[in-house]
Design a protein around this ligand. Structure first.
Ligand SMILES: Cc1ncc(COP(=O)(O)O)c(C=O)c1O
Length: 464
């Protein structure tokens, strides 16, 4: 969302100022859209803002988000202890940098980087930044190849599916690369290698593959796409890199399906991003980007600055970055290890399965993807109803649940679905409560009374 100018003159008086019980703390009016002229006590400022933020939803009932909403108190403590360190100040905070470097190594190894490789990687503020940096590197590598071949380099294109996150479209638009989007279909919500192949030419800078699409949580066929690109390399002498967007799967698949080949075990996979703040189990915002080889990161993208105390290369889009989430990621890795991540991931997958079965048992929904790879369940109405999934989404919000309903991208835009991301705190018991609430919301819309047909059968859980 982009902030807009509010036309203050059109507002009535009470909308312009804070009011209410803050009279206990301050007598003067406090404006909302202009800087207050006077200071106020910390207690007053705290209460004012705290009270307003009570209007936000409860993060634990937010089934829409992939992003972590709970960490252990020890992680919270480390986060507080490092909140005031700017990560970019490597000279001042060298140990955070060491921890970042170790984490990059841990992830590269988790993604089966070949033993001999001189990989390179970085933390970012999220997968969007990682995707843009990764693709920028591929754009520059392609440009260098074209210059060497004495060919034009003004028409780069990139190929990805309609199932990708908006950050891919942003990259194409912001960095002036033609997006060649392979649409999804009504009977297939990911891309096919054949459909991608048709769009490739000598100006293709990279092919995007998503593991855990934002829409349904499914995987693009990464092995087939790798095979297709190897064939193109052999037959047409075009060496086109794959960038894997593992924003969601990057902390799931290595633990849940360690034998599934999606990472640097595939020859054309040259860069991978993941979100630490999704199943890496860290609060927002933290992303990671790993390149298969150091040589994939062109010198042009590195800048050297010496105004922080030492000559340092920087190649992120944003300069300053918090240290806390990097430290929190390292905490999770140390604390949980492979054993802990595996246990959590398996539990989430089990709860996702349980949710899919419970939804089917209501007789009201059809499950579209039953959490094969990541703990995401998507579903739609089994039959045609006189109300929409959007109505159901609003209705169930009355109980505090935040579940999005949305239509799929072209060519499946006629299909509307709901999605639930099963995070660690969404236990089997919560699944029971949620499905019961969803059923009640459904029935109250069905009979138009605003009330469900039956009272909840759960003890101590009344819905009327
Ligand atoms: C598949 C995929 N890629 C990229 C992103 C962007 O990630 P971030 O929010 O970490 O920038 C998301 C976000 O949900 C996503 O689902």
């Amino acid at each position: 969302m982009v902030a807009k100018k509010v036309k203050i003159n059109n507002l009535n008086h009470s909308a312009k100022i804070f009011s209410g019980r803050h009279n206990r703390y301050f007598k003067d009016e406090v404006p909302k859209y202009t800087m207050p002229k006077k200071s106020m006590e910390p207690r007053a400022a705290y209460q004012l803002i705290h009270d307003e933020l009570n209007l936000d939803g409860n993060p634990d009932l937010n089934l829409a988000t992939f992003v972590t909403t709970w960490m252990e108190p020890e992680a919270d403590k480390l986060i507080m202890e490092n909140l005031h360190k700017n990560f970019i100040d490597h000279f001042e905070y060298p140990q955070v940098e060491v921890i970042e470097e170790r984490t990059v190594n841990i992830l590269a190894n988790l993604y089966n980087i070949p033993e001999k490789n001189d990989f390179i990687g970085t933390s970012t503020i999220g997968s969007s930044e990682s995707i843009m940096l990764g693709l920028l590197a591929h754009k520059w590598n392609w440009k260098h190849r074209k210059i060497k071949e004495n060919k034009p380099y003004d028409r780069p294109n990139i190929i990805f599916g309609g199932d990708t996150h908006v950050s891919w479209d942003k990259f194409a638009r912001y960095f002036d690369v033609e997006p060649r989007v392979v649409p999804i279909e009504e009977d297939r919500f990911t891309v096919s290698a054949d459909a991608m192949k048709e769009k490739i030419d000598e100006n293709t800078i990279a092919v995007g593959v998503v593991l855990g699409t934002t829409f349904t949580g499914e995987f693009d066929p990464v092995q087939e796409i790798n095979e297709m690109l190897l064939e193109i390399k052999r037959d047409r002498d075009l060496d086109i890199p794959i960038h894997v967007d593992a924003a969601s799967a990057g902390f799931v698949t290595p633990f849940y399906e360690p034998d599934f080949k999606w990472d640097f075990r595939l020859e054309q996979v040259k860069s991978i991003n993941t979100s630490g703040h999704k199943f890496g189990l860290v609060y927002p915002g933290l992303g990671w980007l790993i390149f298969r080889n150091e040589s994939l990161l062109p010198e042009d993208l590195k800048f050297y600055v010496n105004y922080l105390g030492d000559e340092m290369p920087t190649y992120t889009l944003n300069f300053s970055e918090g240290s806390s989430m990097i430290v929190a990621q390292y905490y999770n890795i140390m604390r949980l290890g492979a054993e802990g991540y595996t246990a959590i991931v398996k539990k989430m997958m089990k709860n996702a399965d349980y949710l899919a079965v419970s939804l089917l048992n209501t007789g009201k929904f059809e499950v579209l993807n039953d959490a094969k790879h990541i703990p995401v369940v998507t579903f739609k109405f089994k039959n045609k109803e006189k109300f929409t999934l959007f109505d159901l989404s609003y209705k169930v919000r009355e109980r505090g649940w935040i579940v999005p309903a949305y239509s799929l991208p072209p060519n499946a835009e006629s299909i509307t679905i709901m999605r639930v991301v099963i995070r660690e705190n969404f236990t089997a018991d919560m699944v029971d409560i949620f499905v019961n609430d969803l059923k009640n919301a459904f029935e109250s819309l069905e009979n138009g009374t605003g009330k469900p047909k039956h009272k909840s059968s759960r003890k101590g859980h009344s819905v009327s």
